[in-house]
Design a protein around this ligand. Sequence first.
Ligand code: HEM
Length: 525
Amino acid sequence: MANLINSISGITGMLSATELLVAFVAFTVMFLILKSYRQKIPKGTKKMPGPIPLPIIGNLLQLSKNPHLSLTKMSETYGDVFQIHIGTKPVLVLNGLETIKQALLKQGDVFAGRPDLFTFRLVADGQSLTFSSDSGEVWRARRRLATNALKTFATSASMTSSTTLLEEHVSKECHYLLSKFHQIIEEKGEFDPYRYVVVSVANVICALCFGSRYDHDDEEFLNLVNLTDEFGAAAASGNPADFIPILQYLPSRSMKAFVDINKRFLAFINKSVKEHYKTFDKNCIRDITDSLIQHSQEKKVDENSNVKITDQKIVNIVNDLFGAGFDTITTAVSWSLLYLVAHPEIQEKIQKELDQVIGRERRPTLSDRGQLPYTEAFILEMFRHSSYLPFTIPHCTTEDTVLNGYFIPKGICVLVNQWQVNHNPEIWKDPFLFNPDRFLSADGTTLNKNNIDNVLVFGLGKRRCLGEAIGRMEVFLFLTTLLQQMQFSKLDGDKLDMSPQYGLTMKHKRCHITAKLRFPLLSSE
Ligand code: HEM
């Protein structure tokens, strides 16, 4: 003991008063940070496991450039429920299908919140149905309105034919898209599929929301719909700026771009909404925007509850539908084209099935879905293998709870790892192999229901994607219509780079492919 005191006094003798003060402050700060990491755990529950955080930055370095991969790796050590720290903020990471079902389905209300994140506040002036932290009565009523509006303007029957409005819009856009592909191939021999698919898909949701469409060469529209890469990068799960407040004040090129994108998006939507107000006629409801204006004027938002919603919060639901309705589907179609050129034998099998079931005289319709099991299996495998929405949008807990015996505090940000579920070797044999057959019965004639339910792409429970049905229909219609009439292939000698770039939706690098018509284009009628 005497030795220890001697050595301490020896050391202090060598230090100045200023150095001692700095050491004391550093020690106190460390102590306070470590104390802030310690949680009080109620009796009978366990503390969540997880990697030890560093002061100030937490586990930021371990997240790496691909958080879905690093968090999946961590789940092998810590299990389905674990905690990391981004900065000093705790974040819960959920893995494993059964655990995720337990949280989002069985304890759905508790896990239905959205965290109050810096980037989320920048979307739609903080009024977004999807990203704002509102998860109470107002969010529920807005969600119902959005769901009903989509149903009315997408899946109801068209006045002019026996198909749905969605089929009509997709069929028209596919015709323009195929003509455009054909024209570009004649001129240049190759094309960047994403560049054209995004306009066609955005035109479908534009038709539903605003009753309008734009040309493939409309620069203003092109600039708007091509902003999604930067949006997805900033809104991705685990953005440090959402958790380390000082980063919000430092100059950042990507954050400036994100603010700018949101402003431009809002300006585009507001312009369309304004025009709708000017020409609104309650006896002629033309599209989703009109129907939302009508709801706001008649205040028939929700007959079952007394919830009061501002007109603005009703009408700007169209912002969420437009934003969510094109990036997700464009990314699906574009990944599909890449898988098809990487696996020409799979493309050939799909085309054989299309020729047998649909032939070459008419276009595919939704009623063909049941007769095209191989095509459906391909779409499921594209969703699973790419897992291009690696996490759902972050959730947060609305009250203290217990999951798998672990204590989960109220208000904790929750990352739901869809990628881990879709690549879990306990569910999927050879998870990294692209193999549509895994979704088919042994004789290849029917889909395997159990495996379908194991793919996680649209989230689950209260916050599950409200456009899921339309999303699945649209991906099916775009792909079958394109593949029926055109054969796609990679450029000679080209090595496809299929590595995904991390974001809210993960995209492949832009690339060029080529294509040829399988028979003369079907007419637009
Ligand atoms: C293939 C296409 C699509 C995929 C893969 C997809 C996926 C997702 C995912 C993963 C979420 C987050 C779920 C969660 O946080 O737990 C979500 C939310 C949402 N999606 Fe989709 N989506 C697609 C298409 C669409 C379409 C076409 C629309 C509407 C036109 C749409 C509207 C929404 C909305 C409004 C939310 C937020 C729901 C809420 O917070 O209550 N989505 N989607």
